[in-house]
Design a protein around this ligand. Structure first.
Ligand code: GAL
Length: 958
């Protein structure tokens, strides 16, 4: 065989082996199953046990005995009157606002003053097939805010305090194979972890992971690369655990796939064995020739497929996405990616968005990262906590460098444990270039304690990953504390360094790399150009927040002009809820963003696009609608990367000015309605034109979508921009119309916003569920069911006994053949507007049920799952309603197996109000989400006196 043919033949064999391996990987050796859909939700209570469903009140409760989850943690708890919802879910964003709520959490009504809305319960039933017996099954939560307790079939699984880390529990032994299983989660959002909006509830995804006994445990792979001239030397570490009962002999086969899925390198580690419950880490070296490198502009991703074979049987396939790239921080020259210098142009961001709060659909991560990239940003600091995994996936996919930050600083198992969990979870993301161990720890950052702690955390972090720089955000005292101990010093605000700023520190510590982990913190309200402290608006010109602070431009000039500085992270990319500095209630959101909470550009984003981006930019501010300010001077600024800009008002030149690098241009213009035109020059030639015009009143509503199609998968989203246009079709920048939205087709509106920092309008429009108790249950023993006549609506029962006074033992069973129960429930005045469900739990072996004297069930048998009835409103009334149950009594054999004594609950479901939002500085945002089916989606927007807007998009199946 000729050599080339031989190679081809070998390749084909190799390729077909891989193909069969990869098709097998979709078989049962590992499954990662989303369980986000169909949860039941209700508020519990921090100290009123009755309102917390009596959980933890049993003589023997869940801490005393396994399976003894009681109250809402019990397997058979009746949750039918709870609300149905899908995850991710943030109940904080659903609440109203009030002054007594927390400044940090955007004045949403949760936290200590709001015990009724600060404990949330989630329950879900899942089926696990018989065939899964013998596999290991874990339930994995990506993040729950916060302090969650979890039960599985009444077994207490554990507590997870921090809202920012994922956690998983092995439930293998607790499972009812071939039947139903119950997950219960109690979430306690009374306390805050940060000083910014954090949401509440199961706000990230939940999964069931199924593997064979011999498998790669969670976060058990780590791929790193060393790049030499034309090759990449990969080190692939894999942990394997044997959770079976016998010693296992096995081999590991690692295969690198390129972005098209083609295998490009492989390695086998043979003759391995693990005793039962033993875990070990194994390491393989692989070489990739002429590798495609991951970078900001070409975010090329590889996959490592790890196959575990026990004999010839494939027992596990774990796929790890990674990137081949190198990075280096240099104390004098800044940051290098793949050997090339890159100036960091970063933003800090929290993890909430308009409309949806912390419960972000995955599509929003892409939207947010793309929006940051659109003005030239290349880096993202996850301030001040580990983000959701999908954020990091988006950064990997789109090319965004990341600082990943742990929430709390410290050196005990608590904080080092969290640092470790973050690093293990995230270490394969090529986007992450640095681990941050702290932010502005004022108590220690400038002293020896802080220096020691930073050293310990850094040394500890290096035992997990040596490939990235360790940093911390430090707000001064750089000569003494944390800033003397970390790989990459993070300056939070150059003003904290006094006159000599970062230069002095660099002189004194010439071997430490450094960058600006925070700079800016400027105040700007989108579309507002005059300060208005009444309305709590700050003008959107780039100004320092105080005399010794820096504007975005001053900050960038500092970082751009010093080679030793790696670059800077602006505080912040997006506005966020909470921290409405410098204002207080009713300001609810921050003013720091380059973008507002919806992601609409403030003018600052145009400044950055001029100097960070690669496209030509010419942007003018403010808008030109200043009725009432005729002949008064208005500051007109131009953001541009042209060499010079000439400004014209109504065709008259106001002068041509030369642009300085990283600068902007200013004119004072006496206002007259009409046109402002700017001409940008490059190399002496006209290059760009920008025109802004005074508009007339709004006449139509405009709707634009970020996409024409979404996937019909019940998760994909479309982001709609709402505005108004005048009669000439010009965008009206001052509109504040209230706009109502209706939707038809396979999508729902999941949130609305407008970027107004003082907004206290609702973000979401939901059905309201009220649960009405059935109270005052009385009983009367009768001779037989047939003789029971006490079913009338009005009956004096003052001499009846309280129900279940006597235990339902065998003596009772012999004596009593029929019993009548009577109780009542109270309906509010407006009960007619709601749908009314009765979730009945049997209190008889067989029974007939009467509401206000009218029979709704005749002689129905005991149904352990309960029966549900939609009640006829014509037969109901505001105030007291009677309920009568004529039953053959339930009895028990053993006292530890008592009978049900609660007939259930009445649930009132009031329809969601109409979804609406006012425009702010001319704009609003509506987020739509697929409901799963394919078809045309039509969003309609109406507002008094305006022509309605309509937009159509399609939901398509792949
Ligand atoms: C910093 C802090 C940020 C944010 C910012 C507001 O001190 O690290 O989280 O609070 O101030 O200016």
């Amino acid at each position: 065989m000729k050599n080339s043919h031989k190679n081809l033949f070998l390749f084909l064999i190799f390729f077909s082996c891989c193909l069969s391996v990869f098709s097998q990987s979709n078989t049962k050796n590992r499954e990662h199953i989303s369980i986000d859909k169909n949860w039941q939700f209700a508020f519990g209570h921090p100290f009123d046990t009755a309102k917390d469903f009596g959980t933890g009140t049993g003589y023997f409760s869940y801490l005393a005995k396994t399976t003894y989850g009681d109250g809402a943690s019990a397997t058979d708890f009746d949750d039918r009157s709870w609300r149905k919802l899908d995850l991710p879910h943030d109940w904080a964003v659903e609440q109203g606002f009030s002054e007594k709520a927390s400044y940090s959490h955007g004045f949403k009504n949760i936290g200590r003053p709001f015990p009724e809305t600060s404990i949330g319960w989630y329950r879900k039933k899942i089926n696990i097939p018989e065939a899964d017996l013998g596999r290991r099954i874990h339930i994995a939560f990506d993040g729950v805010f916060r302090n969650s307790n979890v039960w599985f079939n009444g077994h207490y699984l554990g507590n997870n305090p921090s809202g920012y880390l994922g956690f998983e529990y092995d439930v293998t032994d607790y499972i009812n194979y071939g039947g139903q299983n119950t997950i219960a989660v109690r979430v306690d959002a009374m306390m805050e972890e940060g000083w910014f909006y954090e949401g509440a509830g199961i706000y990230r995804h939940v999964w069931i992971n199924k593997t064979n006994a011999l498998h790669v445990p969670a976060d058990g792979t780590f791929v790193t690369s060393k790049i030499t001239k034309n090759t990449a030397q990969l080190t692939s570490k894999v942990s394997v655990i044997n959770e079976g009962t016998k010693t296992q002999n096995f081999k590991i086969v690692q295969t690198v796939l390129d972005a098209t899925g083609k295998p490009i390198a492989t390695a086998t580690i043979d003759n391995l064995n693990l005793r039962p419950m033993e875990t070990k880490e194994f390491e393989a070296e692989l070489t990739v020739a002429n590798p495609n490198l991951w970078s900001v502009n070409t975010p090329y991703l590889h996959k490592m497929v790890t196959n575990i074979y026990s004999g010839t049987a494939l027992t596990d396939t774990q796929t790890t996405t990674f990137g081949i790239r190198s990075l280096r921080f240099d104390a004098n020259e800044g940051f290098f990616l793949n050997g090339k210098h890159i100036k960091i142009k970063g933003t800090n961001n929290h993890q909430d968005h308009a409309g949806v709060g912390a419960a972000m659909p995955d599509g929003l991560q892409d939207f947010r990262i793309s929006t940051l990239k659109s003005f030239g940003s290349n880096a993202y600091r996850c301030s001040h906590n580990p983000p959701t995994p999908e954020l990091l996936d988006a950064c990997d996919r789109l090319g965004m460098l990341v600082i990943d930050e742990t929430r709390s600083m410290g050196i005990t198992n608590t904080q080092l444990g969290e640092l470790k969990r973050m690093m293990l979870r995230d270490r394969n993301h090529p986007s992450i270039i640095s681990w941050s161990i702290a932010n502005e720890e004022w108590g220690v950052e400038g002293n020896i304690i802080g220096a020691r702690m930073a050293r310990t955390m850094q040394d500890y972090a290096k035992t997990i990953d040596t490939t990235r720089g360790i940093t911390a955000g430090i707000s001064g005292n750089w000569d003494n504390g944390i800033a003397t101990a970390v790989d990459v010093v993070g300056y939070n605000y150059i003003k904290h360094g006094g006159k000599e700023t970062t230069d002095k520190h660099h002189r004194e510590f010439p071997n430490l790399a450094s960058w600006g982990t925070e700079e800016g913190s400027t105040f700007a309200t989108r579309g507002i150009y005059f300060e208005d402290n009444q309305k709590m608006y700050k003008p959107a010109y780039d100004m320092p927040q105080s005399p010794n602070a820096h504007s975005i431009e001053q900050g960038w000039k500092h970082y751009d002009s010093r080679a030793y500085l790696g670059g800077m992270f602006i505080w912040t990319g997006f506005d966020y809820r909470g921290e409405p500095t410098p204002y207080v209630w009713p300001a609810t959101g921050s003013y720091f963003g380059m973008l507002d909470q919806c992601g609409f550009y403030k003018d600052d984003a145009w400044y950055l696009k001029s100097w960070w981006g690669s496209e030509p930019v010419l942007h003018l501010l403010p808008h030109w609608n200043w009725k009432g300010k005729e002949n008064q001077p208005i500051d007109v600024w131009a953001y541009s990367n042209c060499d010079a800009v000439e400004l014209f008002q109504n065709k008259k030149s106001l002068g041509k000015k030369t642009m300085e690098k990283n600068g902007h241009l200013e004119w004072k213009v006496n206002y007259q309605a009409g046109t402002l035109e700017a001409i940008g020059y490059k190399n002496g030639k006209k290059f760009l034109t920008e025109t802004i015009k005074t508009t007339s009143d709004a006449v139509t509503i405009g709707l634009q979508s970020n996409t024409k199609t979404i996937q019909a998968n019940a998760t994909d989203i479309a982001i709609m921009t709402v505005d108004t246009k005048d009669k000439s079709g010009l965008f009206v920048p001052t509109s504040e119309n209230e706009v109502s939205f209706t939707i038809s087709g396979p999508a729902k509106i999941i949130g609305v916003g407008n970027g107004k920092p003082t907004s206290v309008e609702p973000d979401q429009f939901l059905e309201t569920i009220t649960v009405v108790p059935i109270s005052n249950l009385k009983e009367k023993i009768v001779n037989s069911i047939a003789e029971a006549t006490e079913t009338d609506d009005n009956l004096d029962i003052s001499n009846w006994d309280n129900a279940f006074k006597d235990s339902r033992d065998t003596i009772f069973a012999k004596k009593v053949k029929a019993i009548i129960y009577r109780a009542h429930f109270d309906l509010p005045e407006n009960f007619n507007q709601a749908k009314i469900n009765f979730s009945y739990n049997p209190i008889g072996k067989s029974q007939s049920i009467y509401i206000n004297g009218k029979q709704i069930a005749n002689n129905i048998p005991e149904n352990k799952n309960g029966d549900s009835f939609i009640l006829d409103k014509a037969n109901l009334r505001a105030g007291k309603n009677s309920i009568v149950i004529v039953a053959e009594p339930l009895t028990y054999k053993y006292s530890w197996n008592p009978v049900n004594t609660s007939p259930g609950t009445i649930q009132l479901i009031a329809a969601a109000p109409i979804c609406k939002r006012t425009l702010f500085s001319g704009l609003a945002q509506v987020i739509l989400q697929s409901t799963g089916e394919a078809g045309e989606i039509v969003l309609t927007a109406t507002s008094n006196g305006l022509k309605k807007g309509e937009i159509k998009i399609n939901a398509t199946k792949p």
